[in-house]
Design a protein around this ligand. Structure first.
Ligand code: SAM
Length: 317
């Protein structure tokens, strides 16, 4: 529990700061620090840290990055974590470029489900946003994940006015024939692009208001940030993650671990605790983790002159 009474049970682990895509709103050029050569935790380190965290109540782990599939031992990391008693959910967030080739191995290592980031369904625009002509690979990766049952597959889309907001209906249609949830994430002021382009962020309430076919799903878990809707006859759902228009910090149940060994209890706050130095001392490691969780800020500082020291790729999203 943190000092605000929230039950912290979800850990996002960034396993690398490196990424094979250079998304306009997320890459190093968009602000923040990225050190490709920073010392990264090993699979054994993750096992030690997650083992202690599981004893403190962490139940769900998400692997992210940078691009986690760039890490050669990503399956080893997943396998190391999946054997830890108390961890009941292991998921991963990827840009999907290497997914077709790796999905089966990830599943065998213990991965249960996947989120795939995808910001355009048009080849030229995908390249404009990411700097790489890889849309076909990502779509193949999504098909592979669905076909081997890494379900639910969730597709995460950050909409930016004048860039990809004309594709909202194309994205919604993806959930018609395939069992995928399509989720729109509001652009956050993390990294220079997000800070300087908040006027280009699409407010999720506007999409909901202009799509009367969306039927709210009932009984959603309040601790997960997406608000879900169904559409008659669709196999997947449409989700909205609205950190800017609907702050959900009161329900936040997550902490983050960066690949250089820092616990980051809040995405919208620069506070970090360096735990890498305590890896050889389980008692001090546990004490540092407990303190960091307990001191998790009540809410993010977006909109209060906050400037993130890390870009999203160095945090893990
Ligand atoms: N490489 C992986 C991927 O592409 O999913 C994982 C890392 S990436 C940093 C995780 C997520 O953060 C992506 O879905 C990306 O769209 C999102 N993201 C990055 N910068 C963002 C911002 N300023 N606001 C909202 N989402 C952002």
């Amino acid at each position: 529990m943190d000092s605000h009474g929230r039950n912290i049970e979800y850990l996002r682990i960034s396993v690398t700061q490196n990424c094979n895509l250079k998304c306009v709103y997320c890459s190093p050029g968009s602000g923040g620090v990225e050190d490709a050569n920073c010392t990264v935790l090993t699979a054994k380190d993750y096992k030690t840290i997650v083992g202690i965290m599981a004893g403190l109540g962490i139940r769900k782990v998400r692997i992210t990055g940078g691009e986690p599939l760039m890490r050669k031992d990503v399956c080893g990391i997943i396998a190391a974590i999946s054997g830890i008693p108390g961890i009941c959910d292991i998921s991963l967030t990827t840009n999907g470029v290497y997914l077709d080739a790796m999905a089966q191995k990830l599943k065998e290592a213990g991965l249960m489900r996947l989120n795939i980031s995808l910001d355009s369904l048009k080849e030229d625009r995908f390249e404009q946003i990411t700097g790489a002509n890889k849309l076909k690979s990502v779509l193949k990766g999504i098909d592979r994940a669905v076909s081997i049952g890494l379900l639910p597959v969730k597709i995460n889309t950050v909409l930016i006015k004048g860039l990809n907001d004309s594709e909202i209906d194309d994205f919604i249609r993806l959930a018609k024939d395939a069992p995928v949830d399509v989720r729109f994430i509001e652009l956050m002021p993390v990294g220079k692009f997000g800070e300087q382009n908040q006027d280009r962020a699409v407010n999720n309430s506007d999409i909901i208001a202009s799509h009367p076919q969306l039927i709210p799903c009932e009984d959603e878990d309040v601790n997960q940030p997406a608000r879900y809707f169904k559409i008659e006859g669709y196999r997947g759902r449409i989700g909205f993650i609205s950190p800017m228009s609907h702050k959900f910090c009161n329900f936040c149940n997550r902490i983050r671990l960066t690949c250089d060994g820092k616990i980051k209890p809040c995405l919208g706050n620069n506070g970090e605790t360096d735990i890498a130095g305590f890896l050889g001392d389980a008692r001090r490691l546990e004490a540092a983790i407990r303190k960091s969780i307990f001191e998790k800020p009540a809410g993010y500082s977006f909109g209060a002159g906050f400037v993130s020291k890390r870009n999203m790729g160095a945090i893990g999203g």
